[in-house]
Design a protein around this ligand. Structure first.
Ligand SMILES: *Cc1c(COP(=O)(O)O)cnc(C)c1O
Length: 385
């Protein structure tokens, strides 16, 4: 082992902020004149909410979005003072703190009186975006519920407790651009906007598009688009790559090879011995496992070492997984090399998603807090902090 390898990161998710900036710029240009909300929920899909939010704001994002109020409050605590929306609430959501921190709140229905009460305590008007279910069947008011919600909102707005500044919805199948349900959803959304405006509300922000909607449906842009996966450089479409979309994946996941050794033919590998070597071979131990967010369902997943691609062998364990790299490698030389699971100079996240029978969103988002994040800024700009 060299001194250099002892100083580096044993296991690291490297986030290239220059790629985040590139992707935000590209999506903001596509969305214009609509504005771009960078969706940084779930710790920015595993990339780190604060550094990603700052990079996004430097490169054209006008808004930030999170699912939970607590995620939004954490951004405020880091001095981020731009327009910020949170939309997924429960009876224990800290609404009063949200109103005090100027966080806009999505409202499906039941939250409205609760938020009005919190606004009264905070002695401050809450900024509300009404959420409409135009077809996703998740949260949001149904079109049947919307008229009564508008009446409630008129009353609370006249009392100065709330102000309805936006209306939004979420698309269900925009990642499959041929499906007609998106047309239906946009049509219902237009009806909801018309109803809301007819009720006397002046809407600053009408928004329905996620990343796939932003990329494939200019008629879904309205005033604002909410992009998550695209700002991380990943494609929401099954038949288009990051490169096809002009996006650059921002996360590289890698770890130093922990061990490598020669074993005989028919050596069982990892729990259950579900994999066996065909011949005398070299086994490599990569110190990333399901505690680090590597799905246990991964089978035959690709890993690059020194420009050579190998595959995972046998079950993913809590802390590590194994690879069979064949008989021709030098085990001594492999120990301490970087095994790149995906990202720069490695396989694509999409290949890991395929190997785990899931989507790229899940692969990056579930990389756990056990893996240190390291921020770089282009190939040469190190911004370790
Ligand atoms: C997560 C989320 C988004 C972002 O979706 P992407 O497909 O990652 O762009 C947008 N809007 C809402 C309501 C979301 O929950």
């Amino acid at each position: 082992m060299t001194a250099e390898s002892r100083e580096g990161f044993e296991r690291v998710a490297e986030i290239d902020l220059s790629h985040i900036r590139h992707n935000v710029k590209r999506l903001a240009e596509l969305a214009a004149p609509a504005k771009l909300m960078a969706v940084v929920k779930a710790d920015a899909y595993g990339h780190g909410a604060v550094p990603v939010a700052k990079a996004a704001l430097e490169s054209g994002a006008a808004w930030l979005g999170t699912a939970h109020v607590r995620e939004a409050l954490a951004l405020r605590e880091h001095g981020i003072d731009v327009a910020l929306l949170a939309w997924l609430h429960t009876a224990d959501t800290p609404f009063e703190a949200a109103i005090e921190a100027d966080i806009d709140l999505g409202v499906s229905g039941w939250e409205l009186p609760v938020i009005a009460e919190a606004a009264e305590k905070a002695a401050k008007t809450a900024r509300i975006h009404l959420k409409v279910d135009t077809g996703l069947g998740r949260n949001g008011a149904t079109m049947e519920r919307l008229p009564s919600l508008l009446v409630e909102a008129q009353q609370l707005q006249s009392e100065g407790k709330i102000r309805v500044v936006g209306i939004f919805s979420h698309l269900a199948v925009a990642d499959e651009p041929d499906r007609t349900e998106t047309d239906d959803q946009i049509q219902v959304f237009r009806e909801a906007i018309a109803l809301t405006e007819a009720a006397g509300f002046h809407l600053e922000a009408r928004h329905i598009a996620n990343t796939p909607g932003t990329l494939s449906r200019p008629d879904a842009h309205f005033d604002l688009v909410r992009c998550g996966i695209g700002i991380y450089g990943l494609s929401p479409f099954a038949d288009q790559s990051s490169e096809d979309l002009g996006l650059k994946p921002a996360m590289t996941l890698k770890a130093r090879v922990a061990n490598a050794k020669r074993v005989p033919a028919h050596q069982g590998v990892s729990y259950g011995l579900s994999y066996q070597t065909n011949e005398e071979s070299i086994l490599v131990d990569v110190p990333l496992g399901y505690a680090d967010g590597i799905p246990r369902s991964a089978t035959y997943a690709p890993v690059m070492i020194n420009g050579n691609e190998f595959r995972s062998a046998g079950r993913i364990a809590m802390d590590q997984f194994m690879m069979d790299v064949g008989p021709d490698q030098d085990p001594e030389a492999l120990i301490g090399q970087y095994a790149i699971l995906f990202g720069e100079n490695g396989p694509h996240v999409d290949e890991w998603a395929a190997a785990c029978n899931t989507i790229n969103y899940e692969i990056v988002t579930r990389i756990s807090g056990r893996v240190p994040r390291r921020y770089i800024d282009g190939a040469w700009g190190r911004t370790d902090d």
